[in-house]
Write a protein that binds this ligand. Structure first.
Ligand code: SF4
Ligand code: SF4
Length: 367
């Protein structure tokens, strides 16, 4: 039903929780506009209803308005997932002209110093506030997104207030997910149980207070859960992801799994990949499941959890997600929480970063 079109891995920001892979795709390896036009045609034929243009930063692609216009002609619902720092008046006008339906704007924090420390982009916070105003002035629905981690989780109340003040119809308070750069930096980002409980209480209070005024989505980290999430609604069940170079994945982290040859839109049609590829059929449904999940009455509710998390933590993509309390590997989640530390260093996406030494001093060395 939904296609995540990762147009590029290029991004002016360097968030340490970025879900992009550690091996970032270069601009020279990206699909062309014509490739994307064909992919959108095939997506529409396949029954896809929504296209989420993402990245990296999708606005780093100059052809984004053309791609949105093509999707609009196909009557696909278009959403742009952006950091907002490139959303100038001109860019907004071009996207409106193209028929964009919705924009999701990410913020790193409410505190500009902390936001720019995490995002690694000076002046970014002010640009994002202007982007929010442009989206609202254009009459588009605005979703604001805050990724939560140890260093900003104590400001959830202020984040919700800011999202409301900006006129958001929806705010996502999403704890960092530990894939890609997030997994690399897990020890620096995982909150404590006390921080998580406090944030959850804050969100519940705000949901009551703002009922009917703003929807609050809340995503908690698996590391404190007893049951896994239905990752992507089940492997190859309702979602597909296309990487900047054209590989088709059942979820954005699937490339971390070894031994799977993910097909490319350059050599096969989207419909053929969806129905007939080994990559999409390998963990689809319940046949692949280990006995623990196969005999469990939640097998068609959570689909055994996340394959990428099972591999990343337990070393086996075909085992029960360690987030499940029934899994023999469940102790790994508690172990990771214990190993997280307030002073742990993190690596910014695509960079080597030395930790902050005062509230306004950071050192970043690109490689
Ligand atoms: S998470 Fe940060 S670095 Fe990654 S694409 Fe989004 S804004 Fe860019
Ligand atoms: S045993 Fe498998 S199906 Fe059952 S709750 Fe755990 S992960 Fe889900």
């Amino acid at each position: 039903m939904a296609l995540l079109a990762e147009l590029t891995h290029r991004c002016p920001l360097k968030c340490p929780y970025c879900s992009n892979p550690l091996e970032l795709e270069r601009a020279s390896g990206e699909l062309s506009s014509e490739d994307w036009f064909r992919v959108l045609d095939e997506a529409s034929e396949l029954g896809i209803l929504q296209v989420h243009f993402s990245g990296g930063e999708p606005m780093a692609r100059r052809d984004l308005p053309k791609l949105v216009a093509h999707a609009t002609r196909l009557q696909l619902y278009t959403n742009i997932i952006t950091s907002g720092v490139l959303l100038t008046d001109e860019a907004m006008a071009a996207l409106l002209e193209a028929g964009v339906d919705h924009i999701q704007l990410s913020f790193q924090d409410v505190d500009p110093v902390m936001a720019e420390w995490i995002g690694g982009y000076a002046g970014g916070h002010a640009k994002k506030l202007l982007a929010a105003q442009r989206i609202k002035a254009a009459g588009l629905p605005l979703t604001t997104n805050f990724v939560i981690h140890r260093h900003n989780v104590d400001r959830v109340d202020a984040m919700i207030a800011m999202a409301h003040a900006l006129g958001s119809s929806r705010v996502e308070i999403a704890h960092a997910q530990y894939y890609g750069w997030g997994l690399r930096n897990r020890a620096a980002l995982l909150p404590t149980r006390e921080q998580l409980d406090s944030a959850t209480e804050t969100v519940e209070g705000a949901r009551d207070r703002l009922k009917g005024a703003m929807i609050i989505d809340y995503v908690v980290p698996d590391y404190f859960a007893a049951r896994p999430k239905a990752c992507m609604g089940g492997w190859a069940n309702r979602f597909l992801n296309i990487t900047p170079s054209g590989k088709v994945l059942p979820c954005h982290a699937a490339e971390t799994l070894p031994g799977i040859d993910f097909p490319s839109v350059k050599s096969r049609s989207l419909g053929d990949i969806w129905s007939n590829s080994d990559a999409f059929n390998r963990y689809r449904g319940t046949d692949w499941m280990p006995a623990l999940c196969k005999s469990c009455d939640r097998r068609e509710i959570d689909w055994g959890g996340c394959r990428c998390q099972a591999f990343a933590l337990a070393g086996d993509a075909a085992t029960t997600d360690p987030a499940c309390a029934k899994s023999p590997d469940h102790f790994l989640m508690a172990q990771a929480v214990e190993e997280s530390r307030p002073d742990a260093e993190f690596v910014a996406r695509g960079c080597m970063q030395v930790p902050r030494v005062s509230s306004d001093t950071i050192y970043v060395r690109e490689f």
